[in-house]
Design a binder for this molecule. Structure first.
Ligand code: TDO
Length: 186
């Protein structure tokens, strides 16, 4: 497993060691010890989320103000353009966004620490995304940033207008975003 910091250095790109043989492949998709070493911390996951998206579905940008979720994202089938926005007010990269293409073929994962808004665009039909989270779903504290906010100016690789949920159509611009109630992130 190889772990590399991204341009926002707390975001990590994880490339697993894939063992191929005549049967197929084997990989450790998560290893707590290596993850702890890489983060020099004590992250624990409590929930796994699995979603299926058609080509052009865009989900996000979501975050929870009371129970911020760290997320470990991977794609089981298809491809996504994964986007995260740093909403940690004390961060050197506050309000910066980062995008990266995750594919089923690469088997790479992204670690997004608590304190980010997150979303993704499906770049293929029948795209399945699986991600672990460090805290439980808390709909009352969930907030949504406008995926198309002018200030953020995220460069989504869109071939056509995306398919967006009614909830996400109500996403607010960064200028009106609520930030976290407790900015003491692990
Ligand atoms: C996120 C979530 C949703 N749900 C329910 C609520 C709703 O009825 C249905 C679909 O929810 P949503 O429309 O919010 O699903 P979705 O738009 O896929 O939400 C997800 O988007 C990505 C980008 C993330 O980062 C996730 O944390 C999550 O916010 O599933 C849960 O039961 N548990 C959960 O953890």
């Amino acid at each position: 497993m190889h772990i590399k910091p991204m341009a926002i250095p707390d975001v990590l790109l994880i490339t697993p060691t894939v063992h191929q043989d005549e049967r197929g492949f084997f990989m450790e998709s998560f290893n707590q010890r290596q993850f702890d070493q890489a983060l020099q911390g004590n992250i624990r996951f409590v929930q796994d989320n699995h979603s299926l998206s058609g080509l052009g579905v865009l989900r996000g940008l979501h975050y929870q103000i009371n129970q911020p979720q760290g997320k470990l994202i991977r794609v089981l089938q298809g491809r996504i353009y994964d986007v995260m926005v740093d909403l940690r007010q004390h961060s050197a990269t506050f309000k910066q966004w980062l995008g990266y293409e995750l594919t089923a073929g690469s088997r790479q994962q992204l670690w997004i620490p608590p304190g980010f808004a997150h979303g993704f665009l499906a770049l293929a039909e029948s795209t399945e995304t699986l991600y672990k989270t460090t805290s439980y779903y808390d709909p009352s504290s969930e907030r949504c940033l406008d995926w198309n906010d002018q200030e953020l100016a995220i460069e989504w690789p869109l071939a056509a207008p995306p398919v967006v949920s009614d909830k996400d159509k109500l996403g607010v611009p960064l200028a009106k975003a609520e930030f976290f109630n407790n900015d003491n992130f692990p």
